[in-house]
Ligand binder design. Sequence first.
Ligand code: FAD
Length: 498
Amino acid sequence: MYPVLNKLPNKSDSKPLPIVVIGNGPSGICLSYLLSGYVPYIKRGSAHPHPILQKKLEETPEVPIIDQDLEYLSEGLEGRSQSPVALLFDTLLRPDTDFGGTAESVLTWWHETNRAIPHLILGRNPPGGAWHLIEGSMITLSQGEWMGLPDLQFKDWMRKKRRGLRNNRATAEDIAQYYQHYVAKKGLQQNFICGTVVTSVRKVSPDVNFSYAQQDPERNSHSFWDFPEKDDQIASGNLFQVDGFIKNTNGCQQPFSIYAENVVLATGTYDSPSKLGVNGEDLPFVHHKLSALEEAVKNKRVGMTSDPVLIVGAGLTAADAILFAHHCNIPVIHAFRRRVNDPGLIFNQLPKMMYPEYHKVHQMMKEQSVACPGPYECYVSLPEHHVLSFTEDKKCIFQDKSGHQKVFNISMAFVLIGSNPNLSFLPNNGIDLAIDNEQPVNSKRNPINVDPFTYECVQEKGLYAVGPLAGDNFVRFVQGGALAVASSLLKKANKNPP
Ligand SMILES: Cc1cc2nc3c(=O)[nH]c(=O)nc-3n(C[C@H](O)[C@H](O)[C@H](O)COP(=O)(O)OP(=O)(O)OC[C@H]3O[C@@H](n4cnc5c(N)ncnc54)[C@H](O)[C@@H]3O)c2cc1C
């Protein structure tokens, strides 16, 4: 259990917090680790396989990576991320992983408590973020090792739990448990307030009135973070009011309101499933989460003899739904807008050997279309079709690429076409912060515009964004964003030494 209310200062009786992080997934956890005074140094005697990086690391071996010039260190690095700092941190943690190697990290971690910066991590679920919402039996796309956080190898944790990887990949349940374990093992619990939902983040207007009566003088005098004076903060405009509520164990909601000098958005993109925007999409048999299929099977609302379930989408979540339905012998109609051999389709990008189950789904999509029945029972694909509407008597009307309409009876529909960040707690849904500030924030097409070496929002000083919100979509790369933020905040703090 994570104690809650007593950790939240009330805005009227305390100084602003240096940092509030919204979101407790891998991004928030990694950031909390770095802000808690865990400091990365280069391991004595280690040699990074990248010769130019190794040379740079040798220049100032006594200076922690977090205090070094991240732009200089990451210059020239290449890999599977667009973010230089994400590539840097990843290659320091997993030096030769992209070449199939298992070389140990060149980092060693020291816990220097005098460098800790007070912070709170607010999140709706237990620590682990989206991984508590993803169906537990789902196997990760990434290798298990790439899901690990600094200084606690995922494979070591798995070994201790006597669990094995499948094809080098892990289940979502293992990942969620590992993240919870990480928070406990690294002693980060006191920074986490779970069961909290942030409903508003606003810049504070200069007429706000603080009472400094109930501060903890001891904490302030020893804090590494130098709290600026009230008037300076307000003059610089760098103060945020964070409002929300906490869900108590008895289900009641208790509001809270706190001030923070810096706010980090780490809310991921899994909260608002994308919609088709067609008539009947709100009918009770139409769902937008894979978990609804599993629940329906568990409660026997669908089975082998029901009308088919409709699965809409051609991404990996839709594929997981098809595999699950197939496993339960539930008939499936599978509709998607692209051609089966469209190079943009994820199945055309995954190596067959590593992902045999997704290769199987792709084969079914190709070989068992409604136009040419094939060898697979209980499955039919409708490539290049889009849904026109759902009707109350559980019919779905489709249109194919030539404009012909078809109607199918279905038992339930699962629209699994991705998800969008929910930034409704920000002014204008955070659109003003995006790269194209006329379009909604989207992790792939329109992330939040951040400085690549600090992850501070270009449009709003003191506000940071990490993870998919900043365009880093894989756990292995979200950690670089956390490093950049922590480095920036430590440098800010150092400008005002206590
Ligand atoms: C089905 C699926 C499979 C995936 N497979 C892989 C994989 O194999 N490998 C990989 O590297 N990545 C994978 N990912 C991506 C991975 O989940 C993300 O990269 C990662 O979880 C991002 O971490 P995060 O901490 O930034 O955000 P998240 O993990 O999304 O956590 C953010 C948390 O913030 C909470 N939150 C949001 N808004 C608020 C609010 N207003 N108040 C309080 N809390 C809030 C959310 O509820 C959530 O719990 C997958 C994602 C999905 C959906």
